[in-house]
Ligand binder design. Structure first.
Ligand code: DGP
Length: 114
């Protein structure tokens, strides 16, 4: 997608602090962190939302979570705990329409979310 910020980050056309990457997934720091650790885990392939994933993409979702676990280890929040969030669509609070998992940690999270 030509106008997608996260496609540009994946392609190296926009700067981002990359924490971890695999053949299919990239994890980088959020530009506007909402916690001491705030990393976005995205597929390299452009998929707009969670709801646009195909049935065959189940293993890709699994890989996104596996990368989130690795990042949690690297960032030192595995023991203290963390939150993972996929915002989906307008009411879900999604602003960037390239699928991404938020990994948040380093502070106590509130519930319910705002
Ligand atoms: P969401 O609201 O779920 O679509 O979250 C989008 C996140 O993307 C938000 O936390 C801020 C982050 N973000 C937006 N633009 C950029 C960017 O250019 N670089 C990085 N690293 N993060 C971005």
């Amino acid at each position: 997608m030509n106008d997608c910020i996260f496609c540009k980050i994946v392609a190296g056309e926009l700067p981002a602090k990359v924490i971890h990457e695999t053949d299919r997934v990239v994890a980088f720091q959020d530009i506007d962190p909402q916690a001491p650790v705030h990393v976005l885990v995205v597929p390299r392939r452009h998929i707009p939302t969670l709801h646009d994933m195909a049935d065959e993409d189940g293993d890709l979702v699994g890989e996104i979570f596996q990368v989130a676990r690795r990042v949690a280890d690297k960032e030192g929040i595995s023991e203290s705990g963390y939150r993972t969030v996929f915002n989906c669509g307008g009411d879900g609070g999604q602003d960037v329409y390239h699928l991404h998992l938020h990994l948040l940690g380093g502070r106590r999270m509130a519930w319910p979310p705002g």
